[in-house]
Design a binder for this molecule. Structure first.
Ligand SMILES: [Zn+2]
Length: 411
């Protein structure tokens, strides 16, 4: 294939991907004003529902604006040989392939982050602020950015450097080495995420003494889960929105509850959410997800190894001298339709797992407190009660509130 054809394929993929995404967004938005399902009409009162309608419409418009900006930026960058330009800058510093790749991706990442910062600023300090969600201070906003960059430089940079090095000595067999590296790293990160990464951004503390702790203790004992593994995190530092999640495995397993969740829900509802998280653990969802992601990575790296050496990838992006990092960019775009499909499968699996965790909570604790907690969490985040089927199928990692309600009510 000649570089010109590949160039057009790359442009076409970006445009088609954008259009499909916008069609789904618009389809979803067309159903914002659908009648609320009977089972859910106690979630909002009239005034709150109108507020949620304004919120989702504003989010929708903002999403169209930001994604249009970013797709135009990407297309412009490709059409005007932006990657070749950044490649030249990196090559002016050094001839070392590893350093060139690091400088190249450093410029791309930081450049695109700076260009999109006004959007995340607007999202946090204008939209979220207007609806009463925002708790982030300007200081936290910038500290988060800087910490994020440093983390990216250390972890992302380290992995990239090793992969380029593997490519230098192993050629197309690099994918084996890279796969082992990424697999080991994923397992490690999954285990120690809560201990190593979370403390950079948040404070975590064990459950305090009191009636909530007693209730959780009783439940945890009944299903054989250790209380040492339950933590409260200061999510209120950034937003009033509430959450809970399970992470790690083996001795490092833990359930993290947001302080906002503890504040918003009744004690029985908190235990029900916890029971749902214990369900994820008992059903081995973390391990299955991790295994699925490691397999997907192996497949991606293998596919990358088939193409990355081909000069046509670099030439399609206007770079004459083929190199690993330019090949990686071109491959990344060409791979995106496949990653849409794997993402879709992962979402499908995740929704299955949510039902299983809900069923576990229902069986070991009760359906009623979980239903009322889900309704409260939906209300407090002004979530959409009437998402479109196709949108749910593509984007949702959780079933809709209505689906979860019906599943929990089923006897
Ligand atoms: Zn869940």
């Amino acid at each position: 294939m000649n570089p010109q054809t590949l160039f057009y394929i790359i442009i076409a993929i970006i445009i088609i991907d954008f259009i499909v995404d916008k069609i789904l967004d618009t389809l979803n938005a067309k159903h914002f004003d659908d009648p609320v399902p009977q089972e859910l009409n106690d979630v909002y009162d009239k005034e709150e529902y109108e507020k949620s309608q304004r919120y989702k419409k504003e989010r929708f418009r903002f999403g169209i604006f930001t994604s249009t900006f970013s797709v135009l930026l990407t297309l412009g960058f490709i059409i005007f040989d932006g990657f070749a330009w950044v490649n030249d800058i990196a090559r002016n510093f050094t001839d070392n392939a590893i350093l060139v790749a690091l400088i190249f991706f450093g410029i791309i990442m930081i450049g695109s982050d700076i260009l999109t910062t006004p959007f995340s600023w607007y999202s946090t300090f204008v939209i979220e602020e207007k609806y009463g969600f925002n708790k982030t201070t300007k200081k936290t906003f910038f500290l988060d950015k800087i910490k994020g960059w440093l983390m990216m430089a250390v972890l992302g940079g380290g992995i990239l450097a090793l992969i380029v090095w593997f490519y230098q000595f192993a050629g197309n067999d690099f994918w084996w080495y890279a796969w082992i590296l990424v697999a080991v790293f994923s397992v490690f990160l999954n285990m120690f995420y809560a201990k190593l990464i979370v403390p950079l951004f948040n404070k975590q503390s064990p459950l305090e003494e009191g009636s909530l702790r007693t209730k959780i203790e009783t439940y945890a004992k009944s299903v054989g889960f250790t209380l040492d593994n339950i933590f409260i995190i200061d999510g209120s530092k950034r937003s009033t929105k509430a959450n809970a999640y399970f992470s790690g495995f083996g001795k490092e397993k833990r359930i993290t509850l947001f302080d906002t969740l503890v504040k918003d829900l009744e004690e029985e509802e908190i235990v029900a959410v916890l029971a749902h998280e214990v369900g994820h653990y008992k059903k081995n969802h973390i391990i299955v997800n991790l295994a699925a992601s490691i397999l997907t990575t192996g497949f991606t790296l293998w596919l990358l190894s088939l193409f990355v050496g081909s000069p046509v990838l670099s030439q399609a992006l206007g770079v004459e001298e083929p190199s690993f990092h330019i090949g990686l960019i071109a491959f990344g775009i060409l791979y995106s339709p496949i990653s849409e499909i794997t993402g879709l499968l992962m979402n499908y699996l995740s929704r299955k797992f949510e039902y299983q965790a809900d069923n576990y909570a229902k069986k070991t604790y009760g359906a009623a407190p979980l239903i009322s907690s889900l309704k409260k969490l939906t209300k407090n985040s002004l979530s959409n009660l009437t998402p479109h089927k196709a949108y749910v199928f593509m984007h949702f990692s959780h079933p809709t509130l209505l689906q979860r309600f019906r599943n929990l009510k089923r006897s």
